[in-house]
Ligand binder design. Structure first.
Ligand SMILES: NC(=O)C1=CN([C@@H]2O[C@H](COP(=O)(O)OP(=O)(O)OC[C@H]3O[C@@H](n4cnc5c(N)ncnc54)[C@H](OP(=O)(O)O)[C@@H]3O)[C@@H](O)[C@H]2O)C=CC1
Ligand SMILES: CC(=O)N[C@@H](CCC(=O)OP(=O)(O)O)C(=O)O
Length: 344
């Protein structure tokens, strides 16, 4: 099978290469660029000299049409224009950006501040939160891979909301990310000397993942709600940890919440329910496609603390994208993704 990667030089693209290289169904990977046509990939990324000694190619519709699968890992606002002519043309399209996640174009334009993709193409896209939408992903010609924060938040909350075990009307989500979440383009806030030894909040009450999380809660649980969601930058490279707080429904115990999560993810190899907080942390999932989840009830306040942990570049991006490709190809979801976390 031939795979094309647009945005191969970015962090998401590099992680796609790392996993697809070991994928048994992938025979060849072609790498595309908008800015460095002809440059030998390994001259930029020496650690891949043995596998990617090929020139970067110009993005070209006719070339992309011939692939079995095309991954796009580009900034928002790129694929809303690039992909529409390719939808339904042959390759399975898996987009890592936010361009096709929101079903309402006006919402995309409000939160991303960019022009939305055409409505008829948005309507054909399938939201690729694999554990919750595999049946639709299987037949999708365009998969909108979820955002990194929504992956951690949704996987940890959806089972509890679906079973009405927590109160959806008061959801407060406090999330933290490593700096690779911001991509490879340097900026003032991600500059080492400003981010190191500091913890900061950003996009306060205005993060573009708020409508994505609300939309998915409604889609998968039937609950319409608004959330308080805030994001923080942590001076580390990889990882997301989201901590959500919600009142527990009357009479519901911590054991019931744990049992609900275990039952929801019994058959899902990448979700692990953890009961000891000491076993939880971004280093426990680093480099892997796992999402670890912990739930505890504070009996004084009768509120639940629900934690989701992922590697933003793997389960939050490239890993989940390949998991979706596996579903589309009818392969076991772990194909090419069966790796142990780095830990240290
Ligand atoms: N980093 C993360 O943790 C996550 C990122 N995402 C999303 O995935 C996408 C990629 O993220 P990430 O890899 O971190 O971003 P990067 O900034 O690291 O990489 C983006 C790549 O896109 C390419 N690109 C830039 N402009 C254009 C353009 N106009 N047309 C085509 N290609 C372009 C660039 O390569 P070149 O110049 O060679 O074309 C660049 O290497 C983003 O939409 C991001 O929001 C989603 C989940 C998690
Ligand atoms: C640390 C950091 O800056 N993270 C990014 C993650 C963005 C992302 O992946 O968002 P879309 O795919 O929705 O564009 C952010 O918070 O905006």
């Amino acid at each position: 099978m031939r795979v094309g990667i647009v945005g191969a030089t970015g962090y998401g693209g590099l992680e796609l290469i790392r996993f697809l290289h070991n994928h048994k169904a992938v025979e060849r990977i072609d790498l595309f660029t908008s800015s460095e046509e002809g440059v030998t990939f390994s001259s930029k990324f020496g650690h891949l000299v043995h596998i990617a000694d090929t020139p970067l190619q110009k993005i070209d519709y006719e070339a992309l049409e011939k692939f079995d699968v095309v991954f796009t890992s580009t900034p928002s606002g790129v694929t809303s224009e690039l992909l529409p002519p390719l939808v339904g043309k042959g390759p399975k399209l898996i987009d890592l950006s936010g361009d096709f996640r929101l079903q309402d174009p006006a919402s995309y334009e409000a939160w991303y501040g960019k022009k939305a993709a055409p409505l008829e193409i948005i309507q054909q896209s399938v939201y690729g939160l694999t554990e919750w939408n595999a049946e639709n992903v299987q037949h999708a010609s365009l998969v909108a891979n979820p955002g990194c924060y929504p992956t951690a938040v949704l996987l940890s909350l959806l089972p509890l909301l679906k079973e009405r075990l927590i109160d959806s009307s008061f959801l407060v989500i406090d999330a933290k990310s490593g700096i690779s979440g911001a991509g490879n383009k340097p900026s003032q806030t991600t500059h080492f000397s400003e981010a190191n030894e500091s913890l900061s909040i950003y996009k306060t009450n205005a993060h573009q993942h708020i409508p994505e999380i609300e939309q998915a809660i409604s889609m998968f649980t039937g609950v319409d709600t608004t959330i308080t969601f805030n994001t923080h930058l942590v001076p580390m490279t990889r990882g997301i940890l989201s901590t959500s707080y919600a009142p527990v429904m009357p009479g519901v115990t911590e054991e019931q919440l744990v049992a609900c999560l275990r039952s929801a993810y019994e058959k899902h190899p990448f979700v692990r329910i953890v009961t000891d907080a000491n076993s939880l942390g971004t280093n426990r999932v680093k480099g892997s496609n796992y999402c670890d989840i912990l739930v505890k009830v504070d009996s004084r306040t009768n509120r639940a603390t629900i934690v989701g942990v992922i590697d933003n570049l793997v389960k939050g991006a490239a890993g989940q994208a390949i998991q979706n490709m596996n579903v589309q190809l009818d392969l076991p979801q772990i194909t090419g993704l069966d790796v142990v976390p780095f830990f240290i």
